[in-house]
Design a protein around this ligand. Sequence first.
Ligand SMILES: NC(=O)c1ccc[n+]([C@@H]2O[C@H](COP(=O)([O-])OP(=O)(O)OC[C@H]3O[C@@H](n4cnc5c(N)ncnc54)[C@H](O)[C@@H]3O)[C@@H](O)[C@H]2O)c1
Length: 253
Amino acid sequence: MKKRVLITAGAAGIGRAMAEAFLADGADIWVTDVDEAALKTVPSSIRATRADASNEEDMARLFGEIETAWGGVDVLCANAGVSGPTALLEDMPLKGWRECIAVNLDGAFLAVRYATPMMKAQKKGVMIFTSSTAGLYGFPNRSPYAAAKWGVIGLMKTAAMELGPYGIRANAICPGSVEGPRIERVLEREAALKGTTRDAIYEGYASGTSMRTFVEARDVAAMAQFLASDGARYVSGQVIAVDGHTENPDPKV
Ligand SMILES: NC(=O)c1ccc[n+]([C@@H]2O[C@H](COP(=O)([O-])OP(=O)(O)OC[C@H]3O[C@@H](n4cnc5c(N)ncnc54)[C@H](O)[C@@H]3O)[C@@H](O)[C@H]2O)c1
């Protein structure tokens, strides 16, 4: 039977790379996203639904549709996340804090909340959470993002413990800075805040890794493929960075 893979925020970026990687493996894929235009670019062989990962009604409806169409789900990629505001703690707006926590953390929670009964009934399943290297260290000017991504790891570890007896595995991937439009927006915001250039911020981030690099979405997707595979059948409760090895999370650009 084909693997049934659900990816939240799968119409673009890392989630899209995951969808393409699992598709190449011959899996059935279902992606969700809030961006209708991006959803229209998804190949017709992939099911694509508009659903806000942080909205319970959307997620409940989505899982109802999955139950009807697929009767279950084998792999959940709880991937939705937004970068949130860039500001010092004392300037951080509560609204921006809450929006960041809502998508990154409530979004991961809702996906687990609704996938769990299906996976328990099947007595198997794999959950893959997209955290971040921001979930491994502090992150000056990005407090809601760091707090949410640490929270995702706590959620994942709890899921691994509660669900392990049912044959369900849960792991988190922590990407470093991923080349693409999202990180460009982050670099521009941080450059404006610090009164420097995008290139200086880019070099600073890259120099904080042992390999002096950013990563690509396909590198994160390859890790998700491995975690979903039989080769990882006893890998659970783990936090795996795909980041060229962060050695200095705050290079003080
Ligand atoms: N890009 C990076 O450098 C980086 C680094 C570490 C971790 N991450 C994490 O990886 C995940 C994916 O990031 P990305 O870089 O692909 O992001 P992205 O900004 O490229 O967005 C990918 C997709 O997410 C969708 N999306 C946004 N809010 C959503 C919501 N509420 N519900 C459903 N979909 C939503 C967007 O419409 C977009 O199509 C996130 O959890 C992010 O925090 C990204």
